[in-house]
Ligand binder design. Sequence first.
Ligand SMILES: [Zn+2]
Length: 138
Amino acid sequence: MQSRPLPKPLPFVYPENKPFWDGTKRHELVIQRCKDCGKFYFYPRTACPHCLSENTEWVKTSGKGKVYSFTICVRPGSPAFAGDVPYNVAIIELDEGVRMMSQITDCKNEDIKCDMPVEVVFKDASPEIALPYFRPVA
Ligand SMILES: [Zn+2]
């Protein structure tokens, strides 16, 4: 018996993270910055984690950063990813200083290195959602 692959899960969009997903849909990587202490932060939330101010703004990032850490998954995290193993999961440190989980694309798993310079690329996962991935910078 042959079965169709499971659809991959998509992010839940809610009021606090909607500007982030609106940005990825435009193929822009946006994060929050506190207008009181000036620091960037990620993941999306209503108050600055550094000073608890709610006086924040969304700003477009450079989309550039480096691999902070990564792993190669040989067992899928969900049956929906069974056809993708082995795949990488990486923590990217953006030039703005925040870290986000993503995946390195356009690179063999064995060529991924910590501190490797990367830049964001977007893949449209549905009509509503574009996901940010990162690829090596030449
Ligand atoms: Zn702050």
